[in-house]
Design a binder for this molecule. Structure first.
Ligand code: SAM
Length: 240
């Protein structure tokens, strides 16, 4: 297992597990003291640790050695209009698995679920990082309205605007025309809400100089499906 912990990680450090973690490792996964557990905190790389039971239901983790250095965070931004909670959990997990290093909620005219819970977004991002083996927890900037979110993007960052109305016959060719796959620019992928973008929002996005409208095919996808399809496409054509 790979576990995210908040504590600093260093050789010899001893980390007491809380009841839930101890129960998970000792009773659910039936880890023995000699079985390694991998730990990361988003800062200090990945470490191998061993369990040291301190009671029937309690244990410490003792850090042995660093197994991987801390890499830089992925530079792919994913901007999404929040959805209802259960689909938001899916969307956050899949975005991390697909390599988004920054995940930002964007509020639009037709956005649902504006009562976004940042701690739930973070919990999902951490769970996905544990699962997929990345060491850098994605950056989760606070939600912004569309104009502010667009203004916060650096001018050199190519905005891939997923637009069911875009007249793009070949999305791979569109991405290749917008950026050199051998030297890709920093990227941001923008997906709209279930209600789509309002006409003035679509115009505002299209007026941003460094952006490309991307059709993901003739069918209208749910926003969470569009996220996975768009991130996979962008990673395949312009990813590292
Ligand atoms: N309200 C819109 C409608 O009914 O025409 C559909 C919105 S769609 C459910 C949610 C978001 O997913 C869109 O804003 C867009 O960003 C993305 N999306 C869905 N299907 C797409 C497609 N075929 N190509 C590109 N983006 C798509």
């Amino acid at each position: 297992p790979r576990l995210f912990v908040e504590a600093d990680l260093a050789a010899g450090a001893r980390l007491p597990l809380d009841r839930a973690q101890a129960n998970y490792l000792l009773n659910v996964l039936r880890r023995k003291p000699e079985d390694p557990v991998l730990l990361f905190n988003g800062r200090d790389g990945e470490w191998r640790a061993h369990l040291d039971p301190t009671g029937r239901k309690s244990a410490d983790l003792v850090l042995a050695a660093r197994t991987r250095p801390q890499p830089a965070r992925a530079d792919l931004h994913y901007l999404f209009a929040p959805l209802k909670s259960a689909r938001l959990d899916y969307l956050a997990q899949k975005a991390v698995e697909m390599g988004a290093g920054t995940i930002r909620p964007v509020l639009t005219r037709y956005t649902q679920g504006e009562r976004l819970k940042p701690e739930r977004l973070r919990a999902n991002a951490i769970e996905a990082a544990e699962q997929c083996g990345i060491l850098a927890i994605p950056s989760l900037p606070e939600a912004a309205r569309l104009p502010a979110a667009l203004a916060d993007l650096e001018p050199e960052r190519l905005l891939v605007f997923c637009d069911e109305a875009a007249a793009v016959a070949d999305p791979v060719a569109a991405l290749r025309a917008a950026a050199d796959p051998d030297a890709p620019p920093p990227l941001a992928v923008l997906i709209g809400p279930e209600g789509g973008f309002a006409p003035e929002e679509r115009a505002m996005i299209q007026e941003r100089p460094n952006s490309v409208g991307l059709s993901l095919g003739p069918r209208i996808l749910r926003a969470d499906t569009a996220a996975v399809a768009a991130l996979a496409l962008v990673q395949a054509v312009l990813g590292d």
